[in-house]
Design a protein around this ligand. Structure first.
Ligand SMILES: N[C@@H](CCC(=O)N[C@@H](CS)C(=O)NCC(=O)O)C(=O)O
Length: 169
């Protein structure tokens, strides 16, 4: 599960994703998304209303800041096999709490922040794809429906064709 050494030649931390644009190397998915929005003249950026802006801000940060750490710690625990058993129920419970709350948040909403997809959905998509691979989302119909909407987007399909199939762990 280690990144290939070629990435360390681009950025000292050697993690993915990383975007190279001319002489610029931009790491950290949230910073990459902000950079791309800026380059695209604001497309997929913050929505107009205050309420949607707050959701946008929250979910763009929550994805890597809170949800992913809970998923990664469960993944590492599962990799430990029986050595991970004592703490596994606690880590699973934390993941389930997050997913149950997200399920409520997505009731009656097409996207995480507003009526059209934006960076909040992009940031949440990796974490929830990962959650789907790790624990499954079948108990969370709103999240499953949202993920299906993400998968149906032409840009998502084009990205998969360009980058090849994904493997989350
Ligand atoms: N918070 C960072 C996470 C970066 C990260 O940990 N990337 C993982 C893949 S999702 C990685 O490169 N893992 C390989 C390694 O640590 O060697 C971001 O959002 O970009």
């Amino acid at each position: 599960m280690q990144a290939p050494p070629e990435l360390a030649a681009i950025h000292p931390l050697g993690k993915s994703p990383i975007v190279t644009d001319g002489a610029l190397n931009i790491a950290e998915s949230g910073a990459i998304v902000e950079y791309l929005i800026r380059k695209a003249g604001g497309r997929f950026g913050p929505p107009a209303t205050e309420a949607d802006w707050l959701r946008y801000s929250y979910f763009t940060h929550y994805a890597e800041g809170s949800l992913m750490p809970n998923l990664v710690i469960l993944l590492v625990n599962m990799k430990l096999g029986p050595f991970g058993w004592p703490l596994r129920p606690m880590f699973k419970k934390r993941v389930r709490e997050n997913l149950a709350w997200l399920e409520q948040e997505m009731a009656g909403r097409p996207w995480f922040a507003g009526e059209t997809p934006n960076a909040a959905d992009v940031m949440m998509s990796f974490a929830l794809e990962f959650a789907n691979a790790l624990v499954g989302l079948k108990d969370y119909p709103n999240l499953t429906a949202w993920l299906a909407r993400v998968h149906a987007r032409p840009a998502y399909i084009a990205g998969l064709q360009r980058g090849g199939p994904t493997a989350y762990y």
